[in-house]
Design a protein around this ligand. Structure first.
Ligand code: HEM
Length: 221
């Protein structure tokens, strides 16, 4: 029963990832490459924005973010973890590179965040947390702490859905409930930080409650 539940969760995760990648790539690289809609909400910025550079950074951000989602999703597959360890390792390093690239590009865009300073700070906070969680996951597996590695990877992977959650919450607050845009966006970012944390902890408690080991060592905590 638990195995079936986990399979359903994993298939749902793949479906959401694929649908979201198709959406985010087509929206940002093909239908609105000038980000006209998103930029139209940047009305009260503290810094003047160099739009061509910002757009190039955004496009890189979107591509590396999709790479993080793909590599992250693949590495949670049990079969990959058990049978193809070399692939899991290489794919894991690719995930780490992607996370650093997302945070680097995010670091450039953060000062120009819609809604001003509070959102710039929130994005930078997320950059720091995401990098620290990902490095902690790497340190744990270097110490052969398989279950700790998995838990930290769940916490790190949750950040792959940051933009999806911000968009969803902004949609609910702005389009559905009619809140002012900047306020909706700020609340959505803060809500996303809480949701990233909570969703990861729920998955950890439900899926990785009972330690399993891959035969790496006796120490499986
Ligand atoms: C990994 C999945 C992610 C994807 C697919 C993604 C995608 C995007 C997209 C499409 C935008 C343009 C704005 C929009 O249309 O929403 C954007 C903006 C931005 N993203 Fe990401 N993002 C991801 C994760 C992150 C994370 C984890 C952070 C921070 C740690 C971040 C920081 C930013 C910043 C600072 C902006 C500019 C926001 C603004 O100007 O108001 N992104 N992202």
């Amino acid at each position: 029963m638990k195995l079936i539940k986990n399979k359903v969760l994993y298939v749902t995760m793949i479906a959401i990832s694929v649908a979201y990648i198709v959406y985010v790539v087509s929206a940002n690289l093909f239908f609105d490459p000038q980000a006209t809609h998103f930029l139209s909400h940047k009305t009260s910025l503290n810094h003047s924005i160099n739009v061509p550079v910002w757009l190039n950074v955004l496009h890189i951000h979107v591509i590396v973010a999709c790479l993080a989602i793909v590599t992250g999703t693949i590495n949670f597959l049990n079969k990959i973890q058990r049978k193809y360890r070399k692939f899991h390792r290489m794919n894991g390093y690719l995930y780490i590179l992607a996370v650093f690239a997302v945070c680097g590009t995010s670091g450039y865009m953060a000062p120009y965040a819609t809604g001003g300073r509070i959102n710039s700070m929130a994005f930078n906070l997320m950059n720091i947390i995401w990098i620290l969680m990902t490095i902690t996951a790497l340190i744990q597996i270097k110490r052969k702490q398989v279950n700790k590695h998995r838990k930290w990877m769940v916490r790190s992977y949750a950040y792959c859905f940051t933009n999806l959650l911000i968009k969803f919450l902004t949609f609910v607050l702005y389009d559905v409930l009619g809140m002012q845009y900047d306020m909706s966006y700020t609340s959505a970012i803060l809500g996303t930080i809480l949701l990233n944390y909570s969703l990861a902890e729920i998955v950890i408690r439900r899926v990785y409650r009972i330690p399993t080991h891959l035969g790496l060592s006796k120490n499986i905590n």
